[in-house]
Design a binder for this molecule. Structure first.
Ligand SMILES: NC(=O)c1ccc[n+]([C@@H]2O[C@H](COP(=O)([O-])OP(=O)(O)OC[C@H]3O[C@@H](n4cnc5c(N)ncnc54)[C@H](O)[C@@H]3O)[C@@H](O)[C@H]2O)c1
Ligand SMILES: Nc1ncnc2c1ncn2[C@@H]1O[C@H](COP(=O)(O)O)[C@@H](O)[C@H]1O
Ligand SMILES: O=P(O)(O)OP(=O)(O)O
Length: 264
């Protein structure tokens, strides 16, 4: 695999670049701070940590939004992150909202993917309820690896005002998290969308983040052909083609929805 780790100097540079970006986004919008969802995972923990550095804890509002499929461990980690960073936060159970949706449209009952994505979208609605009410922006927590293969819910966790860690591959998220002092048990945690029970990113994607990050860096974001990528990483062509397929099929999630071209 490709060693995508930053040097110590590069880690500091990234830290300053991202905290500067967060400050600029808030200032440019004339906002009173930011809201973000805390899941107990590494992406939201790193984003929260950098946002506190950028804005101060008093300018951040955390939302811990458990569903029935959320593990107690992750939800208590999410609260611990808020407490350790001294961020004000609310815990709001989202399952009654899911139940209301399914009462309105019972046909989707039991559709794991549709209901899972609805959970992510209900969280987005709550993030924006708070952001509108408190004149804040919503911080996204997505990284480059997820964005490149469309591993997020369109208008769910993808519904945000900016993506502070959106240029980092997943392995780099873990490295920067350790660098800024995130506890090891959070930095090393298995990534999960937790949209349904026992879901993990790597199982669902069918590829490890180490391999995915390397293919993205070499072939999707980098200049190497499929053949050169296979030789360099010692992976088979089908794996590289599969990543390329996920990237191409998810283009619609990374772009503004199209309208027909103007007739004039
Ligand atoms: N980062 C995370 O950990 C995380 C968080 C949430 C979701 N996820 C994962 O993300 C995935 C989300 O599921 P999904 O992608 O099926 O649902 P989605 O709702 O995000 O995207 C599918 C929808 O996009 C639209 N669409 C599909 N193809 C299109 C095209 N070519 N042009 C325009 N619009 C198009 C359609 O409305 C379709 O219903 C799941 O695998 C879920 O587990 C991961
Ligand atoms: N339980 C949750 N509470 C608050 N915010 C959450 C929760 N689960 C997910 N989120 C937010 O969505 C993104 C992406 O989630 P994944 O766990 O990667 O699917 C996460 O970083 C939180 O901001
Ligand atoms: O987005 P998060 O914080 O839930 O991290 P992960 O995707 O690693 O669970």
């Amino acid at each position: 695999m490709i060693d995508l780790r930053f040097s110590e100097a590069e880690l500091e540079q990234r830290r300053e670049h991202i905290t500067g970006f967060i400050r600029e986004q808030i200032d440019a919008a004339g906002a009173e701070g930011a809201v973000l969802g805390l899941s107990g995972g590494i992406d939201s923990t790193l984003t929260a940590t950098l946002a506190v550095e950028a804005l101060g804890a008093e300018n951040l509002h955390g939302l811990v939004l458990p569903a029935t499929v959320s593990s107690e461990g992750n939800m208590s980690d999410a609260e611990r992150v808020a407490q350790d960073l001294e961020i004000g936060y609310d815990v709001i159970e989202i399952e009654p909202l899911v139940d209301s949706l399914l009462a309105a449209y019972p046909e989707a009952e039991g559709d794991r993917e549709a209901v899972g994505n609805a959970r992510a979208r209900l969280r987005a609605v709550l993030n924006y309820l708070v952001a509108n009410h408190e004149q804040r922006l919503v911080l996204g927590t997505g990284n480059r690896s997820e964005a490149a293969v469309g591993y997020f819910t369109k208008y769910g966790d993808g519904a945000v005002d900016c993506h502070p860690i959106g240029n980092l591959y997943k392995g780099q998220v873990r490295q920067l998290a350790r660098h800024v002092g995130v506890p090891e048990e959070l930095a090393a945690k298995t990534a999960t969308a937790e949209l349904w029970a026992d879901q993990t990113d790597e199982d669902e994607l069918g590829i490890s983040y180490d391999t995915l990050d390397s293919i993205l860096a070499a072939h999707i974001d980098g200049p190497l052909s499929v053949a050169a990528t296979c030789r360099l990483l010692e992976v088979d062509e089908a794996t590289v083609e599969r990543v390329r397929g996920m990237y191409e099929r998810s283009e619609h999630k990374r772009t503004v929805p199209p309208a027909p071209p103007s007739l004039e």
